[in-house]
Write a protein that binds this ligand. Structure first.
Ligand code: NAD
Ligand code: UDP
Length: 326
């Protein structure tokens, strides 16, 4: 094949892709992956929890476009695919301005679904394991409707994401919009903010600084931690499934750990002198969480490949380097 023919082929295969929340932790990894695949990427973000540092290396790519915009306001663009990630995800951040959080999920969904309706784009919603609330079914299967407090401190996030799923389904049924819904379980990795507030980044940063490790409650509650590269692979596979498969599909690592076990692993890995301190358990903190990924295995031929120890090592290296950069 001549160089010209290769170039032509790339041109035909190149999609125009909008990533809302693209300057955030997951969004920036996704933008990078999509650019590496040769696509044109529009990264939309209002920088509430996003960080320009996450995307500075991408700015030199002529197929990358940064858009400062709040997705609660309408936005117009000609596009083939949309990944809708714009929403603060850490409890301290989404509870900081709960009204803006629920608007990000609901108005944000209406706006991206509107773009999809006008352009015919496929739109993928980054939903969450939080739709299962404090689950009474374990591990969580997609068919489980959840156990969510509609009036608690976490509701702005949980109910916003649940309503977003409803909007996606109704736009699909009523207007034939091509949708995909993924339910992401706790994900960690480089580019989380040091003050993000979520457990993995908190523990790693505290351990590296030899500060107390803050265990909320007894630490017996469990989570299943997924490394970001595994998630990105699952997201891209989901977007590329046949139109008939819309999900929702769980994307998470089924290996379940208590928060105490996580703290011990982080201390061991960093050789930290940190001590454990016990703080009150936040409101409606789920007691357990573990994805059933049978559906993802079957439909996406996907399963996580990165063990917690290996992923922790990568985020430890990232935060060690981050200290020198800031
Ligand atoms: P993050 O906070 O790093 O990323 C969210 C991004 O959205 C940020 O860049 C933020 O500035 C941007 N944003 C927020 N409100 C916006 C608005 N109104 N308009 C435009 N941009 C806005 O968090 P993350 O962990 O990367 O999460 C990304 C998505 O994945 C979120 O939708 C989150 O709910 C979902 N998710 C994440 C996890 C996880 O464990 N990381 C788990 C489940 C679901
Ligand atoms: N957690 C903790 N110490 C921290 C931060 C979080 O013990 O410094 C606990 C938190 O109470 C929860 C779990 O770790 O039980 C996961 O919290 P995170 O905010 O990361 O995610 P989510 O609760 O949304 O799953």
């Amino acid at each position: 094949m001549t160089i010209f023919a290769v170039y032509k082929k790339l041109e035909i295969m190149r999609k125009r892709i909008l990533v809302t929340g693209g300057a955030g932790f997951i969004g920036s990894h996704l933008c990078e992956r999509l650019l590496n695949e040769g696509h044109e990427v529009f990264c939309l973000d209002n920088f509430f929890t996003g960080n320009k540092d996450n995307i500075i290396p991408l700015l030199k790519n002529p197929y990358f476009e940064l858009v400062r915009h709040d997705i609660t306001m309408p936005y117009f663009v000609e596009i083939d695919e949309i990944y809708n990630l714009a929403c603060p995800a850490s409890p301290i951040h989404y509870q900081y301005d709960p009204i803006q959080t629920i608007k990000a999920s609901i108005l944000g969904s209406i706006n991206v679904l509107g773009i999809a309706k006008r352009t015919g784009a496929t739109v993928l919603q980054a939903s969450t394991s939080e739709v299962y609330g404090d689950p009474q079914v374990h591990p969580q299967v997609e068919g489980y409707w959840g156990n969510v407090n509609p009036i608690g401190l976490r509701s702005c996030y949980d109910e916003g994401k649940r309503c977003a799923e409803t909007l996606f389904m109704d736009y699909h049924r009523q207007n034939g919009i091509r949708i995909k819904i993924i339910r992401i379980f706790n994900t960690y990795g480089p580019r989380m903010l040091p003050d993000d507030g979520r457990v993995v980044s908190n523990f790693v940063v505290q351990a590296l600084r030899n500060e107390d490790i803050t265990i909320y409650g007894s630490g017996a509650q469990t989570r299943s931690f997924q490394y970001v590269d595994d998630l990105i692979e699952g997201m891209v596979r989901m977007m590329n499934t046949e139109d008939e498969f819309i999900g929702p599909v769980n994307l998470g690592n089924p290996n379940e750990f208590s928060i105490l076990e996580l703290a011990e692993k982080v201390i061991q890995l960093t050789g930290s002198k940190s001590k454990l301190v016990f703080k009150p358990l936040p409101h409606d903190d789920p007691k357990q969480r573990q994805p059933d990924i049978t559906l993802a295995k079957e439909k996406l031929n996907w399963q996580p490949t990165i063990e917690l120890e290996d992923g922790l090592q990568k985020i430890v290296e990232y935060f060690k380097e981050y200290r020198y950069r800031n």
